[in-house]
Design a protein around this ligand. Structure first.
Ligand code: HEC
Ligand code: HEC
Ligand code: HEC
Ligand code: HEC
Length: 151
């Protein structure tokens, strides 16, 4: 075999050897225990504290709101999308641990005119000019109930 091939082979062997050594030290201990991932990550993830409630959890105590919401303008939305993750409130429903935002900016997150938002999916108004005589959207639109302006 020509000498230059020998040298290349030697170099390759050294690289592969080095790769195997580095790989040995970098791969976590439980990798491959169940599949192509780190087995211990299951325990890591399941030990995290839950922050999201279930929409059904809210109905246990607020069934009145469920009834209003069920057929009305925000019926398709989860309580959590407006009121935050909610787990803390479900576990200990004292005032203050649930999101109650209702300002123009808040409603504008979904309803402010935005070119990337299809109008047939969500109706939009310019929150900078739409009925600015009132500071808060909920003075005219109850987010839980049917709004008379709707068919
Ligand atoms: C174990 C019963 C219980 C559960 C479950 C529960 N709540 Fe409540 N919630 C309460 C009580 C009690 C209050 C305070 C009294 C009131 O104003 O009705 C309250 C108040 C609220 C308020 C008004 C807060 C305020 O400061 O005026 C909102 C908004 C709310 N809950 C949303 C939710 C949402 C969303 C869920 C589901 C993630 C939920 N709740 C689940 C019992 C519960
Ligand atoms: C589109 C956003 C939106 C959705 C969806 C929504 N809410 Fe609300 N909710 C609000 C706003 C805004 C207020 C008014 C807060 C205030 O009065 O300052 C409110 C107030 C409340 C209150 C306190 C006042 C009251 O009417 O008793 C409760 C309780 C509540 N929501 C529960 C729920 C539950 C349960 C769901 C799911 C079934 C839900 N909300 C879905 C926006 C929403
Ligand atoms: C997470 C997104 C979201 C948030 C936040 C939200 N909405 Fe909506 N809203 C919707 C969707 C989706 C509909 C149903 C489709 C439609 O008619 O635009 C709707 C419907 C409406 C309608 C009926 C529009 C029509 O076509 O006649 C009004 C009015 C409205 N929302 C007001 C509010 C107000 C006020 C707030 C703040 C308290 C709010 N929304 C917060 C998503 C949202
Ligand atoms: C003074 C009362 C009032 C306030 C405050 C108000 N609206 Fe309205 N909204 C109306 C009326 C009335 C209409 C019917 C169309 C019109 O006159 O603009 C309407 C229509 C809408 C529509 C449906 C638009 C359509 O094309 O059918 C949406 C969505 C809406 N408003 C969201 C909001 C949001 C978000 C806020 C807060 C930034 C808000 N509104 C504040 C009275 C109000």
């Amino acid at each position: 075999m020509p000498a230059q091939i020998n040298r290349i082979l030697l170099l390759f062997t050294a690289f592969i050897g080095l790769f195997l050594v580095v790989r040995h030290f970098l791969i976590p201990e439980t990798f491959g225990q169940y599949g192509h991932y780190r087995g211990a990550s299951l325990d890591d993830i399941s030990s995290r504290e839950m922050v999201f409630a279930d929409k059904e959890d809210c109905f246990a105590c607020h069934d009145d709101i469920m009834e209003i919401l069920e057929n009305e303008m925000h019926a398709g939305l989860s309580c959590l999308i407006c009121h935050g993750p909610g787990r803390e409130h479900v576990d200990d429903p004292q005032l203050g641990n649930i999101n109650k935002e209702s300002g123009r900016e808040f409603c504008g997150r979904c309803h402010d005119i935005h070119p990337s938002r299809p109008l047939d999916v969500v109706n939009q108004v310019d929150i900078k000019t739409h009925h600015t005589e009132k500071t808060n959207c909920i003075e005219c639109h109850n987010p839980h109930a049917l709004w008379e302006g709707m068919e």
